[in-house]
Design a protein around this ligand. Sequence first.
Ligand code: ATP
Ligand code: MG
Ligand code: MG
Ligand code: MG
Length: 561
Amino acid sequence: MRTSELIFKSRREVPQDAEASSHQLLLRGNYIRRLTSGVYSFLPLGYQVLRRVERIVEEELDRVGASELLLPALHPVEIWRATGRDAKMADVLFGVEGKSGSFVLGPTHEEAVIEAMSPDIESYRDLPKLVYQIQTKFRDEPRARFGLMRTREFIMADGYSFDVDRDTMRASYQRFYEAYQAIFRRVGLKAEPVEADAGSIGGDVNHEFMVASSIGEDHFARCRECGYQANIEAARAGERAGVPVARDIEPVTYSTPNAPGVEIAVKALQAAGAEVEVASMLKSMLLVGEAGQLVLALLPGDRTLNVPRGMRLAEDVEMGDFVKGYIGPQGQSSRVTILADPLVRTRPSWASGANQEGSHTVGLRLGIDFNVDRFENLVVVQDQDPCPHCGAPLELVRSVEVGHTFQLGLTYSGMLAHARFSTVDGQELPYWMGCYGIGVTRVPAVIAQQYGSPEGDAVAWPVEVAPYVVSVVGVGATKDNDVVAVARRLHDLINAGGVSALLEDRDVSTGVAMRDLELIGSPIFCVVGARSLANKMVEIRDRMHDRTTLVPIEKAPAAVI
Ligand code: ATP
Ligand code: MG
Ligand code: MG
Ligand code: MG
């Protein structure tokens, strides 16, 4: 490929509204383009990264014996009513009214896959079955964020397993789980499997695959000594079940009388000009509103909510009567905790109020504009509280969820009369299911966040996902025929060797060429310069490890293939 043929335009300006460096990079580098909030086109460069991620997913899932299929995105609403999830997931469902009936744009596919698979699962002999698809999902997310990180239309690789009993379901789960670890390793992400709570998907055991990141919207607790890891929701579920809980998650009791109280608060905040959105942060009952730029967590009903200690700024309403006066109907008192979000630039006036309270958090600086990408200390809270397993201090890590695996058990099949198989002794029983999802479009954003520059103007993609593994550039190329010829020849040889190469062939200055190539992000640059060429050498830059070596021209292709 030649840069002159790419769909690419040099963009130097920082894109408006792009807070995260990965988002800036993907816009500047012409990877994606916004159609509307939370909806993006993949331009050719972005599509290449996406397709590479998809191929890795396919290879690893095929390896564990899962078969790829494709389910529809348009679902008759009836299949959602049958499982009650038309109501349970109402907050994110996109509905479509057609001439022939009511439809839902699939946010996930448990219902649809049962319809597709059930006729082929008649007896125990037909099980186990592992299937997956790579397909577009639709979720009316209240808060689309950070470009591809959280969108309303996104691509997920979602897998489903069908088994005769709990033990075989666990074996199938293990196959997907191992495939997921291989996938994340290959795309260059250090994804930690973390015990998690089931949320609206349902079921029993499940793991979220979390990547530590300064722009994550999740947190997980981690013990460096024994490896214990759990997310906040799982820690809460553990507490309900009487299991010892990570003690850096501190219980705080809230008493907002009931849901209308929350609604009133939301309306009041909206009336005051704040953007308020319902988000499924922590738990569906929890409402996160953004008032100006402070994030509030409001919990309806008499409930105990555990918030990470370091994130709690105040137990009582800190925003004064402005909020206090509105929460709780008919004058009943309520308590609200303000969660400070280090991603959000805090209004100086409110921040100073919080400062006076003296509650600060490790890594959280209020009252100043700070760039989230400089927030390098990902460990939000380093506490002396002990790990429930071994007693060592626990850490709380800010993270992005890139995948999720669930042992569903009989959650869905138990509800549906046709989700049955016949056993050896002729009984009709519901099959045991697992479901598994990877955010295929979220993954490139997370990679860009990890491997890109804090300024969002350069990236070195991991080899397996790079649009072009090697970029060949002649320095001063337009003026030197030898340089041009050698660069062209190296490009052709590298391509012929099966490694995707990009040749810089535009009539632009070396500075412009280099800046653009840093956005395109080949992990290896092959630089042909007149001076080294005189010694029959070219320069190989390993950008990932920041190493430059001079190699003889004839050895250059072998050095990068
Ligand atoms: P999140 O906690 O980030 O909202 P989720 O738990 O709702 O994600 P799942 O239903 O577990 O998501 O879906 C599986 C995967 O799909 C997630 O791990 C994530 O990588 C991806 N994903 C979910 N929602 C989105 C979204 N709005 N945009 C991009 N990817 C998403
Ligand atoms: Mg979600
Ligand atoms: Mg989640
Ligand atoms: Mg999830």
